[in-house]
Structure formats: C-alpha cells, structure tokens
Design a protein around this ligand. Structure first.
Ligand code: SF4
Length: 722
C-alpha cells in the first residue's frame, strides 16, 4: 500500500487543527468573527451572509471549514509592531511567506522613498497626498490598476470607475491568472461565462464530474456535496492526473457516520490522464457516448448548433490516437462514458487544472461539448460549475474590473456619470507585466493579492515590478509581493479593513451566482480604512474637477445604486441593504435551455488535440493543503505525505528510469528557469510532475493562452535530473 493510499481527507486531525487555530486566535474573537453576518473570506463556494456567518444559502448550519478559520486567523492579529520597520526591506524579504503574514496586521500607512532601503510609517493624509501627486504626474496610459478577488463589489466598482475616469482601461483582476479561460470558453459555447448551477442543484445530481481540481484542499465544503451524492446512489467521477487522497476518501467532520467509519468514499471512478491531455480524453468520452447511443438528439436538434462539424472532427480521431495522447485505456473511457450515459442529471465541476494551459479555453469548450451532448445544460440539477478561487473573484469581474467593458455597460456608465471614458482596449494582467518589464509602466495601483509572486517566471516578474516607478498597494497584511520587486522607485502601502471590519455593508458574488450581503462593523485595529474610502479620497485628490463627487460616491449605498443601474442582472443590488434579500443574479444561463449566444443556441466547438513536447516531462504547479492562493498557512502538506514546499512529485517509473530515489535532491529545468527540490514518489501518470505554486513559478514561462491570456501554470515542459 503506498503512503498516499493510507491518507484520508478531513477527519479528527482537521477538526483538532481547526480548534487549535480557534484557540490561538481566541475563542471569543473567533466566535464573534465566525457568527457575524459576513461572507466567508476564503473560497468562492460561498458561505455566510445574512443567514448567519456559518450558514449557506440552503440554510445548512454549520457550513464552515478549516480554510474559513485560517482566513480569520490572519485578520484577527494585532498590528505589526513599529519596531519591525526599523529593519531594511532586504531583512523583511528574508522571511518566508508565512512568517511575513504572521508579523500581524498592517496597522499604519507605509512609504518607501525612492532609492530608500526601508519603509517608514506615515500619516493617512501624507500617504494619500503623495499617492495622488504621483498618479497625477504620470500619463494614465502608462499605468495599470490590478485587483484581487478579495475586494467587495462596491470597492471594485469604484476602483474601475476611478481608473477609467483617470484615463486608463488597464484595469484587470486575478482571474487572468485563474479562471479567465472559463469565461471565454463558456462565452463561445453557451454565451455566458459563469456557472449554470446553483448550490441547490448539487443536491439533485446523480453524477458529478470533478475535473482538474482538488476540492478536498481548496473547496472543502464541496466534498460534503460529493459525499451526499454517493450516499444517495449517485456517482462521482474524478478526472485528475494526480491521485489526491482527499478525493478518494474523506472523513467529513459534519457527518458523525463518516467520521466514525474512518472516512467516506468520494470518487466512484478516478481517471488519471497525462497532464495537458484532457481534450483527447473528453473527445474519447464524447465518441463513446455517441457510439453507445446515449447522446440526447432531441436537445441537440432543438437547442444547439455545430453538432455536425463536431462529429466530423471526432470521426477523424482514431481510438489509438485518443488513448496514446491521454494514456487512458479505451475500456476505461467507455466505462465512464456508460456511467455518464446512464445519468439523468450530471454536473461538470472543474478547477484550474483545466484553465492553466495555453489551450485552457479549448479545455473548457471540450467540457461544455460533453455536457451539451447529453442535454445537461439548461435544466435543474445538471450543468456546468467552474470551481472559482477567491470569495469575490466572480463579482469583481461582473462589476467591471476588467480591461474591456461590454459596449452597453460602458454607454450606461458614460450616461450615468456624464464622462467620456477611454475606448481603447485595456491590457490584461500579463500584458501589464510585460509592458512594465519593457519600461512602459510608470505607476501601478494594486488592491489586494500578491501580483509579484502570482506572476509566472519569478525573475521576469520581479524585474517587471522593479521597473514601475511608483506602486500603491492596498492590503490587510504584508506578503512577499510587498518586499520584493520594489526597485529604486517610490512605494506606498495602505492598510485596509478586512471584510467584517468594513464601515458599511458590502456585497460579494459566489461561484453559484449568489450575491451575499456582509454587515461589516467589527473594530479590531484603529488605523485601517475601507478600500472604498481610500479610493474616494484618491479620486477627490487626483480628479478635483471631475463631475463625479468621489467622496460622496465612496458611500456603499450610492455605489450599489450605480452598479444596479449600470450592470445587467444586478438590479436587486440597489436595495439589498434595506431588504436584506440576497439573490441569484438574473441574467445567467441556468435552468432553461435558453442561451445568450446571438442565435440563442448552445454551440458545439471543435477543439484540436494539443501536441506534447517530445523528450520532456510535463509539470503542473499545485496548491497544498493549508494554502490559499499564494498564502501559506502550513509549511507541510498533510494530504501529500507531509511534503515540504520544495517537494517534486514524480511517477515511480520516471524516477526509476532516471535512477532517482524517494527523498533525493533533484533539479527541475524548464525554458524559463530551474529549481532544486527533493523527489517524492506520487501516484501520477508517466511523464507528469507536480511542484508547489508559487515557488515553482520560477519554471513557468510567460506564454499565455492566446484567447484567455492565462499563463500555462499547469503545463510546463521540464527536464528532471538527479
Ligand atoms: S468551502 Fe469555501 S466558502 Fe465554504 S467555508 Fe470553506 S472556504 Fe468558506
């Protein structure tokens, strides 16, 4: 029995770990934070809001998980002692990501003067005056505005409004490094870029595909739904190159039976294609469905277009090509296709294992093709479910933190504010970094996240950031991105309120298109400010003659009224604070086969099978248990044999062929860079390698999917040497 086959996800250890975290932050403080009516700060599965801090939209209590508690543990810290800032920035950069996070909350605005080697605490007035002066001095076309998915809809709307009023469309968010391929791939197939299911739909599905995702670590509450699906006789089919223990067996803390018996079986079937070969597998599944006669011809004829071209393309691809490309036997593909053929309500859930490729959009299109083949989009308890990362990453896109706004939205904004906004296409995230690396960016406003660490090719990203003359960061805590890539220029870092400390209620949108209201109002640290307040103050200073009264407009009720008037589907936002009525966004493709494409039909799309690079292994960067995006809460991965951050996971035969043994120091080399680590045997297909993000970003190149502009964090050709 291999080490990983003995590991069970969840269980008493997770419960004890969570209790220990609660104990560390203080039971009273943790209870207050967890029970207040605020949206969970961690993943986009969504929890909390007006039904109660630990309740989901189905009224299920408690719906909390260890990730949620970890996120609270970061916010419930005292301020960083001022003595810390007597150290140089080089000293601070010696700390690990976890050590920096645990210095405490940022409790004062900081400034790094040009050429200085340290931060100096400054007053709010000085910080805002300086930042406004610097932004007013530069050409807006030579700036960019980047936001993570942590911010509220209100702050996000003001952020993009300020950027556009200032004069740039270089406005983007972290989805260009995560699920932008989903938005693009769903736009071509069904006409809308978001999930077609609500949380309730999961309760009636009889088959759930989990593709390129590890929800046991990244969306823990989803595991509960998978367990329930199995318990009512349904199937859970996992498609993932890595055999993740938490997807095989998971002891669900909320279920005494699951805990008592040492875990519930999650996957009923588990396919492990080679990294990057999913399109071949999806085509094999589609071909088998058609050959087995379980395609839904009535749905296809009435509600779709492009089926003939799709079939003709499938017919050109032989079974030998399919199995050689993905490494899965035909009999296995036919078995899974037969299970799909028997299902009445199937849901396809996927994560960044699908989007982090130069063919990420095509991956998503291939999933949509498979769902359309059996009429699984546009009805209850079936559909498409991208598993998104940060708690409001979908909302930030909905309300316009993106480089291109729909023409009708832009027109409504111009009418509402009496301003003509720039029309040229703005730059996506990687394009901003490339422009910066070429010396074409003079200032950047970065709200949340860790752009430097999240960008591929760490040397490139550090140099790109260094070349930006003025950087303004808004953050709750310091991370490696605040102490690396600063260069000779000026930097200001502003401390912001966490979601539950906001001075006014805010809203967030989950990956199920559900908009929650967070009350805010908790006071922990005196000298922090809401993002919207900061943006309002900046707007007033940078654009004193603007028709927009930025101070008045930074009030959240005003912002929500504007969003409701400008963004289609968000009308119910206008009075959410009074009505306390959270809602599903109206204009999405959900439970009727009505698609938002020009012809109203869903579209099958032909997706070419990508070619592998000969002579190389394929690396995917992955998150660990105890990690949230680039935030590291635990230095070892309890779901992968307590692997450290420098583990390099390899297939047994690949190791033997190279004379590598478990635990040996090895080198990974890619076209972008190299990295040392230690070999760890893992259940992977031949030719596949895993290493941890963001450390392994040194190996990831800056090439992007031409359609989504997303880098290939999960398909990096590498060489492994002892
Ligand atoms: S699954 Fe996600 S939204 Fe739900 S409690 Fe955990 S971190 Fe929060």
């Amino acid at each position: 029995m291999s080490e990983s086959s003995q590991i069970v996800g969840g269980g008493p250890k997770k419960v004890l770990y969570t209790l220990a975290t609660i104990n560390r932050i203080g039971v009273g403080k943790a209870a207050k934070a967890l029970t207040a009516r605020n949206t969970c700060k961690a993943c986009a599965y969504g929890m909390g809001g007006q039904q109660g801090g630990m309740t989901n939209e189905l009224g299920e209590f408690p719906s909390v998980c260890n990730k949620s508690v970890q996120a609270q543990s970061t916010d419930i810290q005292p301020p960083i002692p001022e003595i810390v800032f007597q150290h140089t920035i080089d000293d601070l950069s010696e700390l690990s990501a976890r050590e920096l996070e645990q210095l405490g909350r940022l409790g004062t605005p900081l400034c790094k003067e040009p050429k200085s080697d340290r931060f100096v605490p400054i007053s709010w007035d000085e910080a805002l005056d300086r930042a406004a002066r610097r932004l007013a001095q530069v050409n807006p076309q030579r700036t960019f505005f980047y936001s993570s998915g942590r911010s509220s809809n209100e702050a996000g709307f003001l952020f993009q409004l300020l950027a556009r009023a200032y004069g740039t469309n270089n406005v983007n968010n972290c989805s260009y490094y995560c699920h932008q391929a989903t938005s693009e791939g769903l736009a071509t197939t069904i006409g809308k870029g978001t999930a077609t299911v609500e949380l309730e739909d999961l309760t009636g599905a009889d088959l759930i595909f989990v593709i390129g995702a590890n929800p046991s670590s990244n969306h823990p509450r989803f595991i509960h739904m998978l367990k329930n699906c199995r318990e009512r006789g349904g199937q859970v089919i996992v498609i993932n190159p890595a055999k993740e223990p938490g997807l095989v067996k998971f002891a669900v803390p909320k279920s005494p039976m699951s805990m008592l018996k040492g875990g519930s079986e999650i996957a009923s079937d588990y396919l492990q294609p080679r990294i990057g070969s999913d399109i071949a597998l999806f085509k094999g599944l589609a071909r088998a469905v058609i050959e087995q006669g379980t395609a839904d011809r009535d749905f296809i004829d009435r509600h779709s277009a492009g089926f003939d071209a799709f079939c003709a393309d499938l017919a050109r691809l032989g079974w030998d090509e399919i199995t050689a490309a993905c490494g899965i036997e035909r009999v296995e593909i036919e078995r899974v296709a037969a299970a799909y053929g028997r299902s009445r309500n199937a849901i396809f859930a996927w994560g960044m294992g699908m989007t982090h490729h130069v063919h990420g959009v095509a991956n998503v299109e291939a999933i949509a093709n498979l769902a359309l083949l059996r009429g699984m989009i546009g009805k209850r308890h079936a559909g498409l479910l991208p598993l998104r990362g940060h708690s409001n990453v979908q909302g930030i896109g909905t309300i316009g933190v993106k480089p291109v706004l729909a023409r009708d939205v832009l027109k409504r904004m111009e009418e509402a504010f009496g301003i003509t906004f720039p029309e040229e296409r703005g730059l996506d995230t990687m394009a901003c970094m490339q422009r910066a690396a070429a010396g074409g960016i003079d200032a950047a406003v970065i709200m949340g996240g860790n752009l430097c660490a999240a960008t591929p090719d760490t040397r490139f990203s550090t140099q790109a950031m260094e070349r930006i003359g003025f950087k303004l960061y808004l953050t709750t805590t310091l991370n490696l991105g605040h102490v690396n890539g600063l260069g000779e220029g000026e930097v200001i870092i502003l401390p912001v309120t966490a979601r539950d400390e906001e001075w006014e209620p805010t809203t967030q949108e989950s990956m199920f298109n559900f908009v929650r209201l967070s009350d805010g109002g908790i006071v922990r640290i005196n000298n922090v400010r809401p993002e919207s307040w900061i943006l309002g103050q900046l707007g007033r200073r940078i654009l004193p003659y603007s028709p927009i009264d930025f101070t008045a407009f930074s009030r959240h009720a005003r912002l929500r009224e504007a969003i409701a008037a400008v963004v289609p589907g968000m009308e119910d936002l206008a009075d959410i604070e009074v009505a306390k009525k959270e809602f599903h966004i109206r204009n999405r493709v959900m439970h009727a086969p009505e698609f938002s494409t020009p012809d109203g039909k869903a579209h099958f799309v032909v997706t070419p099978v990508p070619q592998a690079k000969p002579g190389r292994l394929m690396l995917a960067t992955v998150r660990s248990e105890g990690q949230f995006n680039s935030i590291i809460y635990e230095e070892t991965d309890s779901y992968r044999g307590k692997a450290g951050r420098d583990a390099i996971f390899l297939n047994a035969e690949d190791m033997a062929e190279r004379g590598i043994v478990d635990g040996q120091r090895v080198k990974l080399t890619s076209d972008a860079g190299e990295m040392m680590g230690y070999a760890k045997l893992y259940d992977l297909p031949r030719g596949s390698v895993l290493a941890y993000y963001p450390e392994a970003n040194v190996l990831v190149g800056t090439e992007v999917d031409p359609r989504s502009k997303t880098p290939a964090f999960k398909s990096v050709p590498v060489i492994v040497t002892a």
